[in-house]
Design a protein around this ligand. Sequence first.
Ligand SMILES: *[C@@H]1O[C@H](CO)[C@@H](O)[C@H](O)[C@H]1NC(C)=O
Ligand SMILES: *[C@@H]1O[C@H](CO)[C@@H](O)[C@H](O)[C@H]1NC(C)=O
Ligand SMILES: *[C@@H]1O[C@H](CO)[C@@H](O)[C@H](O)[C@H]1NC(C)=O
Ligand SMILES: *[C@@H]1O[C@H](CO)[C@@H](O)[C@H](O)[C@H]1NC(C)=O
Ligand SMILES: *[C@@H]1O[C@H](CO)[C@@H](O)[C@H](O)[C@H]1NC(C)=O
Ligand SMILES: *[C@@H]1O[C@H](CO)[C@@H](O)[C@H](O)[C@H]1NC(C)=O
Ligand SMILES: *[C@@H]1O[C@H](CO)[C@@H](O)[C@H](O)[C@H]1NC(C)=O
Length: 731
Amino acid sequence: MFSSLARLRAIAFTLSFHAIFSYASESSLFTSSVTYCSTPETLLIQQFDVEYFAANQSVSFNISAESVDSNVNVSASLLVNVFGIEPVNITIDLCGILNGALCPLPEYNFTGSDSISLPDSISGIIPPFIFKIPDLEGYAQLTLIEVGTGDVKACVQATLSNGLSTRQRAVEWTTGGITLFTLLVALWHSHNPTAILPYRLLDLIYLFQSIAVSALLDLNYPVTYISFALNFAWSLSLFSSSDDSIQDAINNMRALTGGGLANSTSSSAVAFVNRKLSPFNSDSASSSSGSISTLSSLARRTVNSSLLQQRDVAVVTSESDNVLSAGIPIYVSTINIATANAFMTVFLCTIMLIAIAIFVFGVGWASLLAMEKFRLGPDERRSRLKRAYPSWVRAWILRLSLVMFIPIVVFGFYQWTLNDSWLSILFSVIAFLGIMIAVCYPSVVVIRSVRRSEPSVLYTEPFLLNSYGPLYAQFLPSRYSFFLPVVVAAFFKAIIVSFISSSGMAQIILFLILEVALVLRVLILRPHKVRGADIFSSFLGIIRVVCSGLMIAFVQSIGVKPIPRYALGLVLDVINSITILVVIFNIALHSGIQRLWKRHETSTPSSRSSSLHGSSDVILEKNAASSSEDSSSDPFGRPRNPTPERNVPLDPEVNQPYNPSSPTGTTTDYASTRQRDSESTNFGSVLPRRWSFTPLHTPTDSSALDHSTPFESTLSRTSEEQLEKASHSRD
Ligand SMILES: *[C@@H]1O[C@H](CO)[C@@H](O)[C@H](O)[C@H]1NC(C)=O
Ligand SMILES: *[C@@H]1O[C@H](CO)[C@@H](O)[C@H](O)[C@H]1NC(C)=O
Ligand SMILES: *[C@@H]1O[C@H](CO)[C@@H](O)[C@H](O)[C@H]1NC(C)=O
Ligand SMILES: *[C@@H]1O[C@H](CO)[C@@H](O)[C@H](O)[C@H]1NC(C)=O
Ligand SMILES: *[C@@H]1O[C@H](CO)[C@@H](O)[C@H](O)[C@H]1NC(C)=O
Ligand SMILES: *[C@@H]1O[C@H](CO)[C@@H](O)[C@H](O)[C@H]1NC(C)=O
Ligand SMILES: *[C@@H]1O[C@H](CO)[C@@H](O)[C@H](O)[C@H]1NC(C)=O
């Protein structure tokens, strides 16, 4: 039942990803934004919607424009740029056509919409694949140049789209829903400090965050990569809609406190992207080439304000200061959050999260008090719950802080680089100090406790384990400090994203160095208690190294052509999608749905304990125990000689049959695949993960919540049983 659920979820997820590429509402090509590429003089545009339908080979348009100059003779040139290629670049002297009806250009108001069929000869020039590829990068540019003087009289650019994108609401909701589901299961499991799901929850969120953060660098990303990464903007707590009262409130707050930067708008941000970047790809950013000098002289000229009042089309030239540069500005503006609003959006979201957390903790405490008052349940259990509750709350506050660490630090730092509202900066300093305290205080407590005695105190002292276990409980006692490099790397990434934001090359190289260092650490030290967790962590780390390495091709100065860049973007989308599926699959295996069912069928205390903690805990414990015994002789804290856990036929990390006699087919397959990598197997490289919270188990009973009997003895007994049964089932 459980595996069919997991499979269902995986299928639904795959389908929604697949939908991105297969679903095509209707083959069409339309203008997704319109801007002037020089100060408007002759031609004023209020609206410019043009759409080509492949099905009936017709063009529908809804245009409102006027030509206002009298007595000017122009030639018109039309340029179409798709992925840096210019299939159309024609110039027509308007005096030479239609018997000179357009010469001089008539003063004329045009407002109208219609749909007209095109002759086959024209419609045939559009290659069909244009309608099929997501995140098309292309634009059309119309320039009117005065005959004789060569002055640019009008220049209009319109970006083209076919409506397909790798950014899909369905993916946002699915991934958000899965995260919420994991959170609920993790809350349920977290009464046991060694439960796996809470670590997997952080793994999942951290994966989403690292995909989103990878789109914040100063690189010339293909549009498809940014669109894909925007699916996970919610993991950085960037929420917005095009009609957003929160953004309006932030706009007002900034305006009242000295903020002068642009406000959030509901219009498309693609129009403001720097013309050298995707989707414009005009390395002849001189595209209105030859006339660069003309453009700058125009930009300097005072704009006739009475002409501009009625327009809602922006002027975006190579000189104007409203262009969006690569990195955070393009990323956040694409979801209608102004660059200067990004931090405040994160901040308000954090406050809401804190309010929700306080509410949940309060409800929990109130129910405990109510149980006390009405004497529900056995006294002993109640007092145990009450004693354990503060630690449980502390552990979840710590997890929440780890989740919010990256968004607050990245956008807080970035806010400091903007010269904007002092109130935003004040809030960002407060938030930064708050998150640093929330993360550093537990770290200091952990390290100080070890200094005072020894690492094993972390795993035997219930207060430490229950409150601060989220930091270290998944690691071997000798590797307890492994959480530090992960947090420090996240901190450095925030610095790299925010303070080196003008050099994409430096950013991506530093990212790559950090990722490689983290991976090597995991590969060499193998910090987790279970080999499965090391492999899982290495897998995620290697993926991050590979992705960072591939992204070097996006560095602007390397100048990779748009089509290979686009293909690489799709490859990265696919790699990341597969990684997400792997993590979700792993979570499904650990969610323990089947154990909830089984519990009702089993009634003896010992089988209950085994079903609650699973054989994996048991084996882990053995593993950890034997490791620590050997650690004196082994610098890596791992047994070099075959120890019983090597002979366990089922991978302890993935397989938690609490009914080993009937393991599901899926589980067995997965487990046996992993089982094959014996310790001698060389995986080549390993991967560090910044927050490799993988499921770990403590070696000794530290759960103050669950057991009043010595955990050790129950466990070792159960483990023998499990091992025996497991090997039988294998035979
Ligand atoms: C053209 O655009 C205007 C303004 O957006 C709108 O009111 C009108 O309905 C549109 N016409 C058609 C045929 O779509
Ligand atoms: C524009 O061209 C027409 C026809 O060639 C000519 O009569 C007129 O003088 C020209 N106007 C200007 C301003 O050059
Ligand atoms: C075009 O419309 C504007 C108002 O939208 C009006 O002021 C102007 O006189 C019109 N021009 C012509 C040539 O009709
Ligand atoms: C072509 O199809 C589109 C959408 O199906 C429709 O809006 C448009 O009116 C059609 N044009 C013609 C000329 O039939
Ligand atoms: C932003 O919006 C506020 C009010 O919402 C306004 O007072 C302020 O001038 C706007 N700032 C800019 C740069 O447009
Ligand atoms: C378009 O073609 C003209 C010559 O016909 C050339 O001068 C111009 O540079 C071309 N435009 C671009 C953007 O390549
Ligand atoms: C702006 O344009 C209007 C109408 O086209 C014209 O009457 C006015 O003189 C122009 N103002 C300036 C400063 O050029």
